[in-house]
Structure formats: structure tokens, C-alpha cells
Design a protein around this ligand. Structure first.
Ligand SMILES: [Zn+2]
Length: 333
């Protein structure tokens, strides 16, 4: 079936009219992510390690500076970074990072790997086996020397813009090109509220960015089996028509964590992923916000502890913070 003929329920349902253009998403920085990672370890920062400097990051820096008797300006300058000790050094690019290393540069590297969809595990500054494997995957995918050592070449490749559009805040949830784009006309004069990836049934779907799953259940209005993830800065991502859901309401996900598989549930004429990005519930065009990297290779502890339903429920093993109702519905299929 031609891509243009695919009919997708997401667009039929959505009633939100985009009255205001969203503010451009701020560019994420690996150094900000390293700072957030250090402040998280000190229990001063409770936000997402998203590389975006906002009020939460700033107030965490201020708390740290107060605690250590530094000049309180909310800016992580050389003095503040020195006071962070092992977590504040060395700068990214100063050394060739390898298995066993620890520090600021490793956290920055992990963030770059995460953003590109290589699944380095947590952004915690510790170059462990997951990070090592992620470096190998990245080097292989980018045509670099595959040695597991993260030096200038690897960092430069991960840092470089691989797309001319946008800051690449979101990974592509599945591989492959986009079929129907955002704003395409639909029957009844409606507009398509997301983009469609025409990929085969059963393709693994990865979370486009770190966040928390807030909906993971059938939607009877047209989206079919639907997962919605809440991200910082008022963003949500929507993954519709799934054949199977592997996330649950309340799950914290990283970019690349598997959340389900492509299907054709709901108003859909063939297997595809309908992907939406909303800002404060207003659908926006995902394309300028997406990097070229695919959220295909999930890594980290979260991915491994993920609930596998396979048609049965087991309340004893319910993950902390998961919604009972969502789980039960999830597991009933
Ligand atoms: Zn669609």
C-alpha cells in the first residue's frame, strides 16, 4: 500500500489546535549533563540528566556552592568544578577514556552516547561494561576504529551534528524513513498530528528520550495500543498502534529503552508507528527535534529489569511506582 494512503487514527482523534508555535528546544550540552550527573550523585539535583541548563540545575549548583562556602552565583565555573572533586574533572577531551575510568568526561561521554541511541547505561561518570559496549557500538556504526577507547575522534563524531535540522532532542523511535509527515491532510479536513514510520510488524520501538511513561494501555479512540512518555520542559512523546507494549505507567525510561513493538492496532490500515511530539499537549512537528540516531539499542539496568508480561500478571514482581491498573491492562493481552 502506498505510504500516502495509510490512515492513522492519531490524527483523527486529536482535537488540539496548534495556536502557538513552540519555543525552539534548547540545545543539550554534554558538559551540562556531566554537571547534572555530579549533582545527582550528591543528592542536590533531582531532575533529568538531559544536558539542558534550567532552573533545577541552577538551584542545585547554588545549593552546592552554599554548602561548600564558594561564591554563590549558580554557575559551574572552575572553582565549583574543582570543588566537585573526582566528579568535576577532567574536562571532556583531555584524555582517552577507557574501561575503569571515572569522572566528568565519562559522564559527558555517556550523555553523548545516550543521545545518539547507543545505550551506555546510566550517566553516572563510571566507564563500566555498558559504556564500553556502547562505545564499541558507536564506533562500529560511525565507521571509526573499533577499539572501545573514547578519544577525540569518537567524541568528535558523537558531538558532531549528524542532521542539519534542529537540536536533536529526540531519538528516532524506530529505524527507517518517515512516510506521512506532520500536517498531512486527512479525511474531514483534519491534519496529521504526528509522523508515520512505515516499518514492519514487530519492529522494536525505543523511547525517544529519557522520561517517565504516563500511559501504557489500549486507547479505544484510534491510537490502538498506546504509550505516552513525559519528558522535561513540557514535552510528551506518543507511540501509537503498537502490537505489544512493554512499558508501564510510572516506568522511568532512558532514550532507547524498549517500550513496545510496532503493530497496527486502532485506526490503522497497516503496520506502522505513529509518533507524536507534544509540547504542553500541543502537537508539534517532530522532525526538527529529532536527531538521525535511532533509539534502537536499549541498554542499562532499566531495560533489563523491564516487566515482561507474556499474558500473565504477577503482582509480587510489580515494579515500584508502576500503576496496577495499567499493568493489569497491559498484561491482559
Ligand atoms: Zn499517523
Amino acid at each position: 500500500m502506498p505510504l500516502a494512503r495509510r490512515i492513522c487514527g492519531g490524527a483523527v482523534l486529536a482535537l488540539v489546535v496548534a495556536l502557538a508555535l513552540p519555543a525552539p528546544a534548547p540545545a543539550a550540552s554534554a558538559n551540562v549533563a556531566a554537571l547534572q550527573s555530579a549533582l545527582t550523585a550528591l543528592h542536590l539535583y533531582r531532575g533529568f540528566v538531559d544536558g539542558i541548563s534550567g532552573p533545577l540545575t541552577r538551584s542545585a549548583v547554588i545549593r552546592f556552592q552554599r554548602r561548600r562556602g564558594l561564591l554563590v552565583d549558580g554557575i559551574a565555573g572552575p572553582q565549583t568544578r574543582r570543588a566537585l572533586g573526582r566528579r568535576g574533572r577532567p574536562p571532556l577531551g583531555k584524555r582517552v577514556m577507557r574501561l575503569g575510568h571515572f569522572g566528568w568526561d565519562v559522564a559527558a561521554l555517556q550523555f553523548l552516547l545516550l543521545r545518539r541511541g547507543y545505550g551506555p547505561g546510566r550517566v553516572d561518570g563510571a566507564f563500566g561494561r555498558l559504556t564500553h559496549r556502547a562505545v564499541l557500538r558507536a564506533q562500529r556504526a560511525r565507521g571509526l576504529t573499533v577499539d572501545g577507547l573514547a578519544g577525540q575522534q569518537t567524541i568528535g563524531s558523537l558531538r558532531g551534528r549528524s542532521v542539519s535540522s534542529g537540536p536533536g532532542r529526540f531519538l528516532r523511535p524506530v529505524p527507517g524513513p518517515i512516510g506521512d509527515g506532520f500536517g498531512a491532510r486527512r479525511r474531514g479536513g483534519r491534519r496529521h498530528q504526528g509522523v508515520d514510520f512505515p516499518v514492519s510488524y514487530g519492529t522494536r520501538v525505543g523511547a525517544a528520550a529519557p522520561g517517565t511513561t504516563i500511559f501504557a494501555a489500549p486507547n479505544y479512540g484510534g491510537y490502538g495500543h498506546l504509550v505516552v512518555i513525559q519528558h522535561p520542559l513540557g514535552y510528551t512523546t506518543w507511540y501509537a498502534h503498537l502490537s505489544r507494549i512493554t512499558s508501564w505507567a510510572g516506568e522511568r525510561v532512558d532514550g532507547g529503552t524498549r517500550i513496545g513493538y510496532v503493530g497496527s492496532t486502532g485506526y490503522s490500515t497497516g503496520p506502522h508507528l505513529h509518533f507524536e511530539v507534544r509540547r504542553y499537549n500541543t502537537p508539534v512537528d517532530p522532525v526538527p527535534l529529532m536527531s538521525s540516531a535511532v533509539a534502537a539499542s536499549a541498554g542499562g539496568r532499566r531495560a533489563r529489569t523491564k516487566l515482561e508480561c507474556r499474558g500473565r500478571t504477577d503482582p509480587v514482581k510489580a515494579p515500584r511506582g508502576s500503576s496496577w491498573i495499567a499493568r493489569e491492562r497491559l498484561c491482559r493481552w
